[in-house]
Design a protein around this ligand. Structure first.
Ligand SMILES: [Zn+2]
Length: 270
């Protein structure tokens, strides 16, 4: 199966990742929120490595794995044709897009909650929360295990059901754009739309060093509505952003790319 091959097409996901990244870089220059924050901040070079690694290589590796797995599943079930399992393949792409967009974002919200509430998963997610200065590129600082975790929850079931690969590509690109914006150094909370859409100002509170409510708040990726509905939203009028980002004990967290990759597996149990 070659469902995920759009990831390495010339105009595939990585191409759009670069376009979206350039757009956010420009927006941050025009309307910076924290004006004293430098573009060439500490660990920027490492975040470029995370962007290329997670946005391209880890994504491709997981995609190959998923294609292989789907091939085995379809083969193992001895169904007459893989199409017979693709219940959504006849649904118009526009309908698929809306269904998949909402479904994926809700699964992302659920998964993000779990990453914060289950101790050993939080150790993986700490890589993302090691961010101490938010800007768009921080969106791609996360452990490769999160690629496996989120893709298994979101893309894999939909691919198995036969969602159109162009729909998957556009959902992935749009999710990346909104994820970049959430982390960007832009003072935006979308006004009355903040009840529906996540924003840089709301997501900054997700990165607060103080874990509000015990496990943190604002788990949404795209629709903040999940947080407002399920009581996990936090958006004070003032101050407009947390004093410090990160988590308790961040000063002992490894700082190198490889040591952060290895950290959840090599950490000494406490
Ligand atoms: Zn988080």
């Amino acid at each position: 199966m070659r469902v995920f091959s759009f990831l390495w097409d010339v105009r595939g996901y990585f191409f759009w990742l670069l376009v979206v990244s350039a757009l956010c870089l420009v927006l941050e220059r025009i309307w910076p929120w924290r004006r004293d924050q430098k573009v060439l901040r500490p660990q920027l070079a490492q975040d470029v490595v995370w962007l290329v690694w997670n946005g391209h290589f880890a994504g491709m590796a997981v995609a190959w794995g998923a294609d292989w797995l789907l091939g085995r599943v379809y083969g193992g079930l001895h169904v007459p044709s893989p199409e017979s399992l693709r219940l959504l393949s006849a649904t118009p792409p526009g309908v698929q897009f809306v269904l998949f967009f909402v479904f994926k974002d809700f699964m992302d919200w659920c998964g993000h909650n779990v990453l914060h509430r289950v101790g050993w998963l939080w150790e993986f997610h700490k890589v993302h929360h090691s961010i101490v200065e938010l800007d768009w590129i921080g969106n791609f600082r996360f452990h490769w295990f999160e690629v496996v975790f989120y893709k298994s929850l979101t893309y894999l079931p939909l691919v198995a059901l036969g969602v159109d690969r162009r729909v998957i590509l556009w959902i992935a690109v749009l999710s990346t754009l909104i994820g970049h914006l959430n982390h960007a150094n832009l003072r935006a909370d979308w006004g009355p739309l903040r009840w529906i859409f996540n924003s840089p100002r709301m997501h900054a509170w997700h990165h607060d060093a103080i874990p509000r409510g015990g496990h943190g708040k604002n788990f949404a990726i795209i629709f903040s509505a999940w947080d407002w509905i399920f009581g996990t939203a936090f958006l004070p009028g003032a101050p407009d952003q947390p004093e410090q980002l990160g988590f308790a004990g961040i000063e002992h967290f490894p700082r190198g790319f490889l040591s952060r990759m290895a950290y959840p597996l090599t950490r000494r149990s406490r």
